[in-house]
Design a protein around this ligand. Structure first.
Ligand code: IVH
Length: 676
């Protein structure tokens, strides 16, 4: 390419990269994959290295990465907090080895440590005489934000090292680097609490972790259960290990959390590469998100001698797993009807392989998302699939638009029963308004019989649809009237199976009333709300007779749920259903003794309550804990399993934090008793 053409290409790359940085960071709506982004940046870097005169001050290559916040005090790192260069293939890894080989004595045999590449944020923690005195973000690599009070709330960060009395001796000053992140289950639980509280869900674990870490009020951070994994020593005043492998074990012995389940040490590159490439299929088995593995030269003096290019040390390289995204054409949008009538849009795609499977359909979440991202039929769209997550459409590739794409229209009628579609004022969902919609009924029956609801063993989704299609049942209650003779002629229903099914239907008649109330699938009424309702009303008839004001006065029931309960019990179809349940001898009442022990979920756990909870009184909360087999005590000790803290908590909260006892809010407690 001529220099003029190269100059044009560099300008084109600069403007494209700026656009992608903006989409990624400001809009949180990237339209290319990380690998594609890196390829653009690398191409620009190469041009600029060959032709330094083409570097412009506004080139993205000149930007020093910084995430400093204006609101927090600053900390100067004792040494530069470096980054990593990336590799995307075996060839890239071998090229890295060749590059460093040129700087090393010939025939040197290197050892390599492999670690997870955590998808979180770097945090640097400083200990003086074993006491945590400071914690800072990476910032621009030289200066970071002081987030000490926040990091103190992170359960896995020791406040004092060594944690165990027989741990190794600690240098008078030790600076450790690690990554702060959400464990997947903690992020899900946090979002579940947001959902219960009717708040907007967090979309991205990494951004949420970053937000939590930079809160000015550490109490907010403490309500977001973060975790920190440690992987290197930045600086020390005293003896520390001379290899990466020994460092990881030393950190673990001091009481830091390290990724023991992933880390390996190899004495040759072939084994290292085999492990790294093979790991991609296990990446989702971990409790946390990783976006690759890091390969590090084990011997730290050798790694240091290799030096640094820009911000990237030569002694390590990050292997990024193959993208779990692809672009393909959006052929159509179809609408599925859920149990509560919610219509969810699904993308019909030109089949495309992503991470080893062919994807033909993907979720579009809801109509607002389609509209806000301006996704059109005929668009090229980015589709993402990661692990067990249902593939979803990230967004359209706008530059690929030809002009013939059609906007997606929200449905005016239910695609199954043709009834008008409604939209709740402050909800993004569209609903089919017909409680007798055949699809809604099928979904309701499936939910009714599922585990956690009435738990009717042997009635799966397929059998439910079969019974409905044959007219053997028309709703949930009809299941209790099914006779062996109805089932025997059906394909796949042998004598034994029919016998088992009939006896599990019999057993289901006597489930605790709260299970039945939850199984009815009333919008907003999960198992916990059902329990609260049953405790208050003791029978389905009494519950049916309650008006919205009365319902709202029951702790834990919000106005939306009260409204949807009242509507549900107003519906003639549902009243008929209750009648049939009565007739079949299903238990519709609960005597107080029977309500005593509901589950054994909290057996062996000890709780301490402090402060005022938003909806439950202290007695309610104690009752709830005891009904699930837990114990409530008055003071916090090392044996306390959880402290449940509300508004204006007392010194018990401080004590819990000191002892590292996990802290729950009310929603967290409810989560604990309602989880599987
Ligand atoms: S080592 C010289 N090890 O990835 C030390 N970094 O893309 C350089 N990261 O800024 C970093 N897991 O925040 C290292 N096991 C690991 C890591 C890791 C995640 C992050 C780190 C770094 C970024 C570079």
């Amino acid at each position: 390419m001529s220099v003029e053409n190269l100059a044009d290409r560099a300008a084109e790359l600069r403007s494209a990269i700026h656009e992608h940085i903006y989409r990624y960071n400001v809009l949180s709506d990237p339209i290319i994959t990380d690998a594609e982004y890196d390829a653009l940046l690398n191409e620009l870097r190469e041009i600029e290295t060959e032709h330094p005169d083409l570097i412009t001050p506004d080139s993205p290559t000149q930007r020093v990465g910084s995430d400093l916040s204006e609101d927090l005090p600053k900390v100067t790192h004792p040494r530069s907090i470096l980054s990593l260069s990336n590799a995307y293939s075996e060839d890239d890894i071998r090229a890295w080895r060749q590059r460093i080989g040129r700087l090393l004595p010939e025939d040197v045999q290197l050892e390599y440590v492999v670690e997870p590449k955590f998808d979180g944020l770097t945090v640097v923690v400083t200990y003086e005489n074993g006491i945590l005195v400071n914690a800072a973000t990476r910032g621009n690599g030289e200066v970071g934000d002081d987030v000490t009070p926040n990091v103190r709330t992170v359960r896995t960060v020791p406040l004092k090292i060594p944690v165990s009395a027989d741990g190794p001796e600690v240098p008078s000053r030790l600076v450790v680097r690690g990554e702060v992140l959400f464990l997947k289950q903690d992020f899900q639980a946090l979002n579940e609490r947001m959902r219960e509280a009717g708040l907007t869900l967090f979309a991205n674990a990494r951004n949420t972790a970053s937000g939590a870490l930079k809160q000015k009020d550490a109490r907010i951070t403490s309500a977001r259960p973060l975790t920190m994994y440690c992987y290197s020593i930045v600086d020390a005043n005293g003896d520390v290990p001379d290899s990466q492998w020994k460092t990881l074990h030393y950190l673990r012995d001091l009481g830091f959390l390290t990724a023991d389940e992933v880390i390996r040490c190899f004495d040759n590159l072939d084994d290292t590469i085999a492990y790294v490439m093979g790991y991609a299929e296990h990446r989702h088995d971990l409790f946390y998100e990783i976006d690759g593995l890091v390969i590090k030269v084990n011997h730290l003096a050798t790694a240091a001698e290799l030096g640094v290019v820009g911000k990237d040390p030569r002694g390590a390289v990050a292997y990024k797993f193959p993208a779990e995204e692809a672009t393909t054409r959006l052929r159509d949008v179809v609408w599925n009807v859920g149990r509560t009538g919610v219509l969810t849009p699904n993308a019909v795609l030109d089949p495309v392989p992503i991470g080893g499977v062919i994807v033909k359909q993907a979720s579009l979440h809801n109509y607002d998302l389609i509209a806000s991202k301006d996704i059109r039929i005929g668009d090229n769209v980015v589709v993402k699939r990661s692990g067990d997550v249902i593939p979803y459409v990230v967004g359209p590739v706008l530059p690929a638009r030809m002009g013939e794409e059609r906007p997606v229209e929200p449905p005016l009628i239910c695609p199954v029963c043709g009834s008008p579609v409604e939209r709740d004022e402050d909800e993004v969902a569209l609903y089919c308004t017909n409680p007798a919609c055949s699809e809604r009924i099928a979904r309701n029956v499936e939910y009714f019989v599922s585990r956690g609801a009435m738990d009717i063993d042997g009635l799966g989704e397929r059998s439910v649809r079969l019974l409905l299609d044959l007219g053997l049942i028309h709703d949930e209650a009809d299941i209790f009237y099914v006779k062996p003779d109805d089932l025997m002629p059906l394909e796949g229903f042998g004598e034994k199976r029919v016998e088992n099914l009939i006896s599990s239907i019999e057993r289901a008649k006597d489930r605790p009333l709260a299970r039945l109330v939850a199984a009815l699938g009333i919008r907003g009424v999960g198992f916990t709300t059902a329990e609260v309702l049953v405790e208050h009303y003791h029978s389905l008839d009494a519950l049916a007779a309650a008006d919205t004001d009365a319902l709202e006065a029951v702790g834990g029931v919000g106005p939306h749920t009260a409204q949807s309960l009242a509507e549900w019990f107003d519906e003639p179809r549902n009243l008929a259903l209750i009648e049939k349940l009565h007739g079949a001898g299903v238990r519709l009442e609960e005597t107080p003794e029977e309500g005593a022990i509901v589950s054994d979920k909290l057996v062996g756990l000890t709780f301490v309550l402090t402060g005022t909870l938003p909806t439950l009184t202290r007695d309610d909360a104690s009752d709830l804990i005891q009904k699930h087999g837990g114990k409530v005590t008055g003071s916090v000790s090392k044996k306390t399993s959880y402290v449940v803290a509300g508004e204006a908590p007392g010194s018990k909260l401080d004590k819990a934090q000191k002892l590292g006892v996990p802290i729950l809010d009310e929603a967290g407690l409810i989560e604990l008793v309602s989880g599987e």
